[in-house]
Ligand binder design. Structure first.
Ligand code: ZN
Ligand code: FE
Length: 251
């Protein structure tokens, strides 16, 4: 079993992802920030488009659904909340399996950024597409969820094998790193920060990351261990404190 992942920039700071199941040549788009960019990439690769997998309803994730479905006949596979933006062919929820040829994605509930946000985990290839749940050194804004919901979602991702490659939907790392340094004086972040700065300076993507790297250095996953949240021994509350500090951060 193997897949080919094609990653490209889209809109101002989104990543687009096209995934091909190598055995069958079937192709899925992970989210559709911008139909025109996806069409251009598909043309260049000579790929068709069989499935659209949406992580959540925001327009920079589902805004290209209708145009891509019309052009390629792709099936839209999405959590119910996407219906507020465009029609869904197959509604999915936590625990469902989505097949792309021989490749299987397990749907994980990662609500918190939006209520119905989901992630797609392909265990055989050790990859997970997490939309706006977790970023390199960051996490999504808590627009619709609660700290305990978001913390539980992050826990489901943190429970995946450490080598799992984590594909997040935005390149926010420069700002995430500036914030992380203000709340985490640890060695692991200091070391990783230098490496990430070099990549950013060279114009290289900092996505994908891995579950292991994020567990060691992401201030949201580390919230209960950070001094900023020393006023509580409730991990979800600690997460809420760090998330709130990032919302206020100007840097
Ligand atoms: Zn979003
Ligand atoms: Fe987004």
């Amino acid at each position: 079993m193997s897949i080919t992942i094609h990653q490209f920039r889209c809109l101002s700071d989104n990543y687009g992802f096209l995934v091909r199941d190598d055995a069958t040549g079937r192709v899925a788009a992970i989210d559709t920030p911008d139909a025109a960019t996806y069409e251009r990439e598909l043309e260049a690769l000579g790929w068709g488009l069989d499935l659209i997998l949406n992580t959540h309803w925001h327009p920079d994730h589902a805004g290209g659904n209708s145009a891509l479905k019309a052009r390629y006949g792709a099936q839209v596979v999405a959590p119910a909340e996407v219906a507020r933006l465009s029609p869904i062919d197959r509604e999915i929820a936590h625990g469902d399996i989505v097949s792309l040829g021989d490749t299987r994605f397990e749907v994980i509930d990662t609500g918190g950024h939006t209520q119905g946000h989901v992630s797609f985990h392909d265990a055989a290839d050790a990859v997970v597409f997490v939309g706006d749940t977790l970023f390199t050194l960051g996490c999504g804004r808590m627009f619709e969820g609660t700290p305990s919901q978001f913390w539980a979602s992050l826990g489901r991702l943190a429970a995946l094998p450490e080598e799992t490659r984590l594909f997040c939907a935005h390149e926010y790392t420069a700002s995430n790193l500036r914030f992380a340094r203000t709340v985490d004086p640890g060695e692991a972040l200091a070391r990783r920060g230098v490496l990430l700065e070099a990549r950013i300076a060279a114009g290289m993507p900092t996505v994908p990351t891995t579950i292991g790297e994020e567990k060691a250095t992401n201030p949201f996953l580390r919230a209960p261990a950070l001094a900023l949240a020393s006023g509580t021994d409730d991990p979800a509350e600690a997460f809420g404190i760090v998330r709130g500090a990032k919302d206020m951060f100007k840097g």
